[in-house]
Design a protein around this ligand. Structure first.
Ligand code: EPU
Length: 446
């Protein structure tokens, strides 16, 4: 496992572009299995999660490659496999999105239950209930979901759970309903921009969907989908993380390739925390001079502040001029970052479902360990603002969902170096040394 070394204290300045959305790309790639022709996706980010899904799709008969312009091509060359290998699904929960495309297009899907996760309890009951409503026969056998249906049929169903609507559950049921016979009405559908993007892709392939962006979707099933070309939306979580980097270092950063309308609640929270926010055409600028102001923040489903930014906001509020309260209505147990932020000097107490954040004057560099993708981003932000050197171990978590974040931050004036772990076991005699072995410490250059 590699580490990042961050020498904190630099105010960030400059302009940087956000990449394509991870959480839009993954379900769209899975949905390519529904299509009778090739799919071309532009604007997809280069991330390990995207590579993992491409590998899983290869096991399921879908060839994919990225061309020199970064466009991803997907084409089904063997429509017979129906079993998703457990090792790959375990690596990434979003792999569960292959369930519906397999079921709807191939009549059968055998997909491991994705299991637990570092951000809390993550059941898939709503996914399964939605598919059952469309007529799928479902059983669970030795940790695998086995779903079968010769034909799916339109139905009325609801996807709202105790903590809001399920995002990938909506992706799964929508992907099945587009090929079901008749009309499906999904109430309690997720309204996240990533679901709207999936819907736009499916429509480009010939699907008939109404109500995208609202919590009620009406889907008129079609016999087949064709190939399609689609440009993926920018990543709102990456964009916001970069803007939070400006706020926490008291700098000025403009993020381009962004959809400001996807970040309204986030920009409001940043303003309330004392940052100056300017919105332009596909561009947002954040400028901060002083310590942040304390705010109370509740992460909620879209259009609220996303749970995927809760940890990064907590890093900012750790330095606020006063006390803040943070809660996460979507994943109430998403709190592993608290202990790591504390190592940098943050004062945060958990009281039931609330995190009480007592703002401190300064954070100090320390050795910390990444626990999950967004917690790692929070540690990077805290490290940028901390005095001295911060080492973040197990930084591979970051690469699952942020395209070149350290590089982008360095372009804005940060001082981040990647420390590559030495291989634990000596390579066999005569073998070519791995890239890691050849480059014990790889500086991330601008
Ligand atoms: N839930 C249920 N039953 C279900 C499914 C979910 O009760 O069948 C609950 C969950 O336990 C949670 C809430 O519903 O409390 C919302 O979970 P959701 O299903 O929406 O999460 P997800 O679809 O598994 C996606 C993102 C997550 C993001 C959440 C919430 C992808 C690939 N993942 O997960 O992103 O946190 O929505 O917005 O789109 C990340 O990118 O770091 C990440 C974790």
């Amino acid at each position: 496992m590699d580490a990042l070394r961050i020498t904190g204290g630099q105010r960030l300045h400059g302009t940087v572009a956000a990449g394509g959305s991870k959480n839009a790309t993954l379900p769209i790639m899975a949905a390519a299995m529904l299509c009778d022709g090739p799919v071309v996706l532009s604007g997809t980010p280069q991330l390990t999660d995207v590579c993992t899904l491409a590998e899983l799709l290869r096991h399921l008969g879908v060839e994919s490659h990225r061309d020199a312009d970064g466009d991803v091509y997907l084409d089904t060359i063997d429509p017979t496999p129906t079993t998703a290998p457990a090792a790959l699904v375990r690596r990434m929960r979003a792999s569960f999105c292959v369930l519906s495309p397999l079921l709807a297009r191939r009549g059968r899907a055998v997909v491991p239950l994705p299991g637990g996760c570092n951000i809390g309890h993550r059941p898939v009951d709503l996914h399964l209930a939605g598919l059952a409503a469309l007529g799928a026969e479902l059983r669970i056998d030795r940790g695998f979901v086995i779903a079968e249906a010769r034909q799916l049929f339109g139905a009325k169903l609801n996807l709202r759970g105790p903590n809001g609507s399920t995002v990938t559950g909506t992706a799964n049921v929508l992907s099945a309903a587009v090929l079901a016979r008749g009309t499906t009405i999904i109430t309690g559908a997720a309204t996240e921009p990533e679901i709207v993007d999936l819907g736009r892709f499916l429509i480009a392939a010939g699907a008939n969907i109404e109500g995208l962006g609202t919590d009620t979707l009406e889907i008129h099933g079609v016999e087949r989908l064709s190939g399609a070309e689609h440009e993926v939306i920018p990543d709102r979580i990456e964009a916001a993380t970069l803007l939070l980097a400006a706020a926490i270092t008291r700098g000025t950063v403009s993020v381009t390739h962004v959809r400001p309308e996807h970040l309204s609640a986030v920009l409001e929270a940043l303003s309330a925390a004392g940052a100056l926010v300017a919105v332009g055409n596909h561009k947002i600028t954040v400028h901060a001079e002083n310590r942040p102001q304390p705010i109370d923040l509740i992460a909620r489903p879209y259009p609220g502040v996303p749970t995927d930014l809760q940890a990064q906001f907590m890093a900012l509020l750790a330095l606020a001029e006063g006390n803040s309260v943070v809660a996460d209505d979507v994943f109430p147990e998403r709190s592993l970052h608290l202990a790591e932020l504390a190592r940098l000097g943050a004062r945060i107490q958990r009281r039931d479902r609330l995190a009480m954040v007592e703002g401190v004057h300064r954070l100090s560099g320390a050795e910390v360990t990444a626990t999950d993708l967004r917690a790692t981003a929070a540690l990077v932000l805290a490290g940028l603002a901390a005095r001295g050197e911060t080492i973040i171990h197990e930084v591979e978590h970051l690469e699952r969902g942020y395209e070149d974040l350290p590089l982008k931050l360095n372009q804005l004036g940060a001082n981040i170096t990647r420390l590559t772990a030495k291989p634990a076991v000596a390579p066999p005699a005569g073998s070519r040394p791995s890239r890691q072995a050849r480059e014990p410490a790889t500086p991330i250059t601008t």
